[in-house]
Each structure stands twice: as structure tokens, then as C-alpha cells.
Design a protein around this ligand. Structure first.
Ligand code: UT7
Length: 316
């Protein structure tokens, strides 16, 4: 079999649950304020899934949006890769198998990837490599999270930070000069206990300061690594789409590494931190707003539990 030349994102979709929880709503049941949350994180509100809406439901709605928006058929989808920290079931079946069933797909490769908030970057690279090798041809890559189900709603240190949602990208091969140019994946296991979902999926615990310091360094180092080994400078980059965890992390990283802060696409104000879903949600939203144009060079950068981090360099 001839190995496909380039693997690219051919379509994007997102879903954010209907219910919105504002900072003021939160301040009604936990000791916090809109002022504290905005000034420390940049978050204004988050979407919260309904009780009967699981991770797979959010993902399926994102996929349906992708197919309807682009008037595409699901023919030939033979891969479902799901990055999530909040699967429908802890253990098995994988959320990917449930999504395949809900979409009516027969016999695709379907599996979940756990790499915390870096999950989408890992999933994209696994799917890219599998398409390149010929073991899949058309893959749906998801980041989908129902973090509201694992947040301790009495802990103001964490419950204000997270939200629910899903994003998805359709990945396939092309002979055109575009698509994924490079990617890098890392983990610093020494920090693994600084961000944990404890008790079989019932409470997020985080050492905020330690993760903050790691995040600033991880984002900066990932960007520098991808630029260097592709003989690029930051001036060649049109957009950086970072995992959305805290507006201040991006500001600190821009300052320390001398990046123009306006290169970073930010939407944390409206979604909070949706973990593995944040990058595909941002991408889908950017596409809808007409911000993604052919020929642009774009960097995705993820970081989170693990402590994992990594990035993707793509030509649109
Ligand atoms: O996506 C995975 C990756 N996760 C991250 O990247 C998160 C990284 N960490 C962060 O973004 C920040 O560390 C936080 C937003 C979590 C916290 O911000 P901070 O500026 O590091 O605050 P802090 O934890 O040092 O707390 C400062 C003060 C404390 O009060 P005292 O001890 O100074 O009296 C906290 O108790 O703010 C207090 N505080 C709050 N006050 C009101 C903590 N959370 C809240 C809150 N409302 N929600």
C-alpha cells in the first residue's frame, strides 16, 4: 500500500452543554467571587452537562455538528480516538466504543487515550501515525469531558476552574501540501501526584501553584522545540492554540519567552478549563469565526495531568 503523503484536519466540530454556570452562580454555594475568579484565571462562566449527558453524548453531539456543518457523510470512518479523563465508565467499555455505537459506525478501530489535558495532542499524534501507517484512513479524534461529575463542588480551589464540553476533528490523508508537519509528546512523571482524580473518579485534587509553574515552562519549551527543529521562528506562526487552563499562565509564558500574546487564541472566559476538550473546542470555534485560513502555520500546545505536555505544528 502507498503511504499517504500528508495527514490533515478536514473538518471540526464542537458541543457545549446548554446549562451555563456563571461565577456569580458559583459564589452562591462556595466561598468565592466573580472578581477573584476573573482576576486569577480569566474565567467568566462554564457549561455544565445535564445529569444524563455523559462524555460520549457530548462527543456525539460535537461529531453531529461537524458532519451537518460540512454536509459530510460518515462513510469510511474507520477510527474513533477519544481523549478524556472523564469517560462514561472508569475501566471499560471505552468511551470510543460507545461513541462508535451511538454514531452507528460498524467496526472502526475505537479506543480512549488518557493524557490529562494534553490528551487531544496525544490522540491527534496517534491517529496521524496510524493513518500514515495505513491502519486507519479516516479518523474522528475527540477531546470530550464531563468534569462537573468529578469536581468537588465544596473545594473552591478547584471547582471554579473546570467546565464540560467536547470538540472533534476529522483526520484524513491528502496529496496537497498541508496538514500536520510535526508533533512532540512528553511526560514528567515526577509531578504525577500534583494533579489527580482521586477515589475512582470522584474528586479532582491539584497543587495549583506547582502545576502553574510547570505549565508556563511546558508551553514555552514546547513552542521553542517545535520551532527549532522545523527551522522556524515565532514570526512564522499565525496562531498558537493552547490548552485553556488560566489566562495568567499564557500571559506569564508570553512574557518569559518573548512571544506576542496576541498569537494565543483564548476562549477560557466562556468555557473555563475543559481539559482534553479545550483545544478542539477552540479550533472549531476559530473555524466558525473564519480565523483559520489556508497556508497558515498553527501550533497547538497542551499540558496537564501526568504531568504531560506536547504540541502539534500544522499547516492549514
Ligand atoms: O488543566 C490542568 C492544568 N491546570 C492548571 O494549569 C492550573 C494551574 N494553576 C493555576 O491556574 C492557579 O494556581 C490557580 C488558579 C489554581 C490558583 O491561583 P493562585 O494565584 O495560584 O492562588 P493560590 O492557590 O495561591 O491562592 C491564593 C489565595 C488563597 O488564600 P490565602 O491562603 O492567600 O488566604 C486561596 O485560599 O486565594 C484563595 N483562593 C480563592 N479565593 C476565592 C483559592 N481559590 C479561591 C477561590 N475564590 N475560588
Amino acid at each position: 500500500m502507498k503511504s499517504p503523503q500528508h495527514i490533515y484536519i478536514s473538518a471540526l466540530g464542537l458541543y457545549a452543554p446548554e446549562k451555563i454556570l456563571t461565577n456569580d452562580n458559583l459564589a452562591e454555594f462556595v466561598d468565592t467571587s466573580d472578581e477573584w475568579i476573573r482576576s486569577h484565571t480569566g474565567i467568566g462562566e462554564r457549561h455544565i452537562a445535564a445529569e444524563n449527558e455523559q462524555c460520549s453524548d457530548l462527543a456525539v453531539k460535537a461529531a453531529k455538528y461537524l458532519f451537518e456543518k460540512n454536509n459530510l457523510s460518515m462513510d469510511g470512518i474507520d477510527g474513533i480516538v477519544v481523549a478524556t479523563a472523564t469517560p462514561d465508565y472508569y475501566g471499560f467499555p471505552s468511551t470510543a466504543c460507545i461513541i462508535a455505537e451511538k454514531l452507528g459506525l460498524k467496526g472502526p478501530a475505537a479506543f480512549d487515550i488518557g493524557a490529562g489535558c494534553t490528551g487531544f495532542i496525544y490522540a491527534l499524534e496517534v491517529a496521524r501515525a496510524m493513518i500514515k501507517s495505513g491502519s486507519m484512513t479516516r479518523a474522528l479524534v475527540f477531546g470530550s469531558e464531563k468534569l462537573s461529575a468529578v469536581v468537588n463542588w465544596k473545594d473552591r480551589n478547584t471547582c471554579v476552574l473546570f467546565g464540560d464540553g467536547a470538540g472533534c476533528a476529522l483526520l484524513e490523508a491528502t496529496d496537497e501540501e498541508k496538514g500536520i508537519l510535526d508533533s512532540t509528546l512528553h511526560a514528567e512523571g515526577s509531578g504525577s501526584l500534583s494533579l489527580v482524580i482521586e477515589n475512582g473518579g470522584h474528586a479532582i485534587a491539584m497543587e495549583g501553584r506547582a502545576v502553574y509553574a510547570f505549565a508556563v515552562r511546558a508551553i514555552g519549551d514546547t513552542i521553542v522545540e517545535l520551532l527549532k527543529r522545523n527551522d522556524l521562528t515565532i514570526g512564522d506562526i499565525d496562531w498558537i492554540v493552547p490548552h485553556q487552563a488560566n489566562k495568567r499562565i499564557i500571559a506569564a509564558c508570553s512574557k518569559r519567552y518573548n512571544f506576542d500574546p496576541s498569537l494565543f487564541y483564548m476562549n477560557i472566559e466562556r468555557y473555563a478549563n475543559t481539559s482534553a476538550a479545550s483545544i478542539p473546542i477552540a479550533l472549531s470555534e476559530m473555524e466558525d469565526a473564519g480565523l483559520l485560513k489556508a497556508g497558515q502555520k498553527i501550533l497547538f500546545v497542551g499540558f496537564g495531568a501526568g504531568l504531560t505536555y506536547g504540541g502539534t505544528l500544522i499547516q492549514w
